[in-house]
Ligand binder design. Structure first.
Ligand code: BGC
Ligand code: NOJ
Length: 816
């Protein structure tokens, strides 16, 4: 069944009924302040760090689901209802939620009263704006009581949910007219507070949860609202909340608009107080004055719209296949920006208190947003590199607030170093900025250990070269890309983390995947060396890569596919000899991406085996057969029930590796098939099974061994976003940044008649039309650049020059 539709012109997904099969959310904010916002106004917001500076409270795994958010309660002559459906599940005469680029709009109506809410985080400010409009659509006068409601989080989200002996006594607020200030811990070591304000005079307020709701009531039955009168409660300890009571008289046809702002404010240490016990409200005044009229709110929304329009204008797609066009042109890039902002911290599946920024994840995420915000990608690279250790290994995660490596997780994931090369190469191909290599970057966040970014890359490269096992393949360490392939872990204790528990480092367990990543990304390192006059280093690198490929040839091929690894006893993983886990997706996708076996037929064989053994209607599963039992020597991968997560789930992240690999073989039909199977827009009609948002990718879809085959989990924060964008934009549509310019190398289904891409690249706009009247899957007959045909070598290379002139250039490509 469908729960909505895409409105491509508005760049919105329109949800037409509130009871979606799971909360379908959006992200507000693109700089320092962020909100998660569901289609029923659920969610929460935070300043910079979802764990340390959370403004509003949210209970994960709650019953009912998604309870808590920014709620408005309406009381229309005794009829109490919630216009966002939740939390009262009110019967509505009309409902619609539009999730757009950085904003969401909910509109609904009941009994002649229409409600609309536009929610967003304005550019450059640290607040959420909720513009609310009430309209009397009936033909009688209406007297409405409206109550706003949010629940404050006592800042540290982890402590907030666990440390009750303290927290029940520390909550403090201040009320000043229509402004409710949350100032818990401000008296001591914090110099920041939150403010929840509305731009009109109020009838009353409440800031004590128990008074507002009633101790034994849920959000669906707030006593105060049913009583019709705010109690003017001042929170003292327990649970501080913010509720305004507004009375609105509406003549037939009349509308009234209110601007609610939920803001985060900071003061200098010595300017914390206005007078003893009273917080300095200057920063709040400045913020709230900016947004105190509906017109000001509209202007801020218009500026946000402009921001996204120009951002997404950097890569647009037009094609007959609207599903592909809207995903590649709008939603996939939008999701990439969300992963840029959130990494893996805050979603409806990531609590915001657990994981920080991943070294591996952040480098891969970069592949999906470097064309949108190259300058921000640059500083992201420098932040990531600063958490690398002098020997080239890396902290697996770092904290977004401090940008320091996370000691609790530590290091030892032996694929990590290579992703830095991958990220930097993508950045240089996009921008041509080799200068970044000369930036001084600390090792281990220690300035005295700083060296150039180039040295960081060298240490990355050398780390792999020097950490090989008995077959000359890279040692896996704690795990490689597959966090759950823990070959040195041997965990017997329940609750122990497979990723961080004692690691024996057998010196034996090896990863064919890391070898393939090395073979894929190593050549970029060598090329960077060549282009920066480091010929000797380039030669050394090329030799090391050739040696690694030899090791893969000799010890990484199983006859019909690539092996996955060797365990700590030297036994094969991902081999026909194994009982379970005979074949894995990762090493097959990546080895072919690295062009291994293209000339001798192994690549084709490997991908055919992937299709034969791992294919399902909803994508390619990670391995087969699923592990039935827990294997001490394999770790977490075998801990999941068959079909879920890394144990034979459809781990969407590595499906695009197969897509890209298929394009290396020129098999456009198959490449597109693998692309479309995991692409959410193609499963919109199937939402009852898939359950998650049809506009964003999910990390995992349950595999064919699972009870709930086809059901998705972990939407939004996944490397799938970046890699699918790479696969569709660079390898299927084939508009690919390379060191010399923009390569044109489409590999599409033979039924695709053509497409248009506009691409901003190094200071110019390329307007590219591809004609596939010939109905081929790959191959270019001609390329015309601004009216002139490329010929000879230039046509063979198919790399468009770097114009950098701020102009639009017309490119016409004919396939055949
Ligand atoms: C999950 C992985 C994830 C890891 C992070 C595991 O439980 O299965 O997908 O990468 O945790 O620590
Ligand atoms: C999710 C993690 O964020 C990512 O780093 C990892 O590669 C995959 N899970 C696979 O385990």
């Amino acid at each position: 069944m469908q729960y909505g539709y895409f409105d491509d012109n508005a760049r919105e997904y329109v949800i037409t009924r509130p009871d979606t099969p799971y909360p379908w959310i959006n992200y507000l904010g693109c700089e320092d302040f962020f909100g998660l916002f569901s289609n029923t106004s659920g969610g929460y917001c935070f300043y910079r760090d979802a764990r340390m500076l959370r403004l509003t409270r949210y209970r994960y795994n709650n019953v009912p689901t998604d309870a808590g958010g920014r709620y408005f309660y309406l009381r229309d002559e005794g009829d109490v209802w919630t216009p966002s459906w939740m939390p009262m599940k009110s019967a509505l005469d009309r409902y619609e939620c539009r999730h757009g680029m950085g904003y969401s709009k909910i509109s609904s109506a009941r009994n002649g009263l229409a409600f609309s809410q536009v929610s967003f985080v304005p550019l450059h400010d640290t607040c959420e704006i909720h513009k609310v409009t009430l309209t009397n659509e009936s033909n009688i006068d209406k007297r409405i009581d409206m109550f706003s409601f949010i629940e404050f989080c006592l800042w540290n989200a982890n402590d907030d949910m666990t440390n009750f002996q303290r927290n029940f006594s520390i909550g403090e607020v201040e009320i000043d007219g229509s402004r409710i200030y949350h100032k818990t811990e401000y008296r001591e070591r914090r110099n920041h507070y939150a403010v929840w304000a509305v731009n009109v005079p109020i009838e009353g307020f409440d800031t004590d949860r128990q008074t507002f709701l009633g101790l034994y009531n849920g959000f669906d039955h707030p006593q105060t609202v049913f009583d019709g009168e705010a109690k003017n409660s001042a929170a003292s300890g327990w649970a501080p909340v913010g509720s305004h009571h507004i009375k609105a008289r509406l003549a037939p046809g009349e509308s009234k608009t209110f601007v609610f702002v939920l803001g985060y404010c900071e003061n200098h240490e010595d300017q914390k107080w206005e007078r003893p016990g009273v917080i300095n409200k200057k920063p709040a005044n400045t913020l709230l004055e900016k947004y105190d009229t509906p017109i000001a709110a509209d202007k801020a929304l218009a500026a946000l719209n402009e921001y996204w329009k120009s951002l997404l204008g950097r890569f647009t797609v037009d094609a007959e296949d609207k599903k592909m066009a809207r995903m590649a042109g709008i939603w996939n890039q939008y999701q990439c920006m969300v992963t840029f902002n959130m990494s893996r911290s805050a979603s409806y599946f990531e609590s915001g208190i657990g994981r920080g920024m991943g070294f591996r994840d952040s480098n891969q995420d970069l592949l999906g947003f470097v064309h949108l915000v190259p300058e921000r990608a640059r500083s992201r690279i420098l932040d990531i590199a600063a958490t690398q250790f002098p020997d080239g290994s890396a902290y697996h995660q770092y904290q977004p607030l401090t940008k320091r490596g996370n000691n609790e997780v530590g290091s030892g994931f032996n694929d990590d170093p290579l992703w830095l090369i991958c990220g930097v190469a993508a950045y240089i191909k996009e921008t041509g900025d080799y200068g970044i290599l000369n930036e001084k970057v600390p090792f281990d966040n220690n300035e005295t250990l700083a060296d150039t970014l180039f040295v960081h890359l060298k240490r990355s490269f050398d780390y792999t070269v020097t950490h090989v096992g008995p077959h000359g393949l890279p040692l896996i360490g704690r795990a490689d890309w597959n966090d759950c392939l823990n070959l040195n872990c041997f965990s017997k204790t329940p609750g122990e983390s497979f990723q961080t528990t004692a690691n024996y480092e057998s010196g034996v367990a090896e990863s064919v995947l890391i070898a393939a990543i090395f073979a894929f990304t190593g050549p970029d390192y060598a090329e960077i060396c060549r282009r920066t006059n480091r010929a000797e280093e380039a030669e050394y690198a090329e030799k090391a890569i050739a040696k690694m490929i030899e090791a893969i040839d000799q010890h990484g091929w199983d006859g019909s596919w690539f092996l996955r690894a060797y365990d700590a006893y030297g036994k094969k993983i991902g081999s026909h000899e194994c009982e379970d886990g005979k074949i894995f997706i990762e090493s097959n996708g990546f080895a072919v991406m690295a062009d291994i076996g293209i000339n001798d037929g192994r690549a084709r064989k490997a991908l055919d085996s992937v299709k034969e053994h791992l294919e399902s209607p909803y994508g390619i599963v990670l391995l087969q057969p699923a592990y039935k039992d827990y294997h001490l020597e394999l770790g977490e991968v075998s801990s999941y029930p068959p079909g879920y997560k890394e144990n034979a789930g459809i781990f969407c992240h590595n499906n695009p590796w197969v897509t890209i690999a298929e394009t290396r073989l020129g098999r456009g039909n198959r490449a597109f098939e693998t692309y479309a199977k995991i692409c959410p827009a193609y499963r919109e009609d199937d939402s009852d099974l898939r359950r998650l948002e049809p506009y964003v990718y999910a990390q995992m879809v349950a595999g064919k061994d699972a009870v709930r085959h086809g059901e998705a989990k972990n939407s939004w924060l996944t490397g799938t976003a970046a890699w699918t964008f790479v696969s569709i934009s660079q390898y299927i549509l084939g508009v690919r940044p390379v060191f010399d310019g923009l390569m044109i190398d489409p590999c599409i289904p033979s039924s695709m008649k053509g497409f248009t891409v506009t691409r901003h690249f190094r200071g110019a706009d390329y307007h590219i039309t591809v004609d596939n009247g010939a109905g081929v899957e790959k191959g270019i007959k001609s390329i015309m650049v601004d009216g002139n045909y490329l010929d000879g070598e230039a046509l063979k290379k198919a790399v468009l020059p770097v114009f950098g002139d701020g102009k639009v250039h017309k490119i016409v490509v004919v396939m055949g």
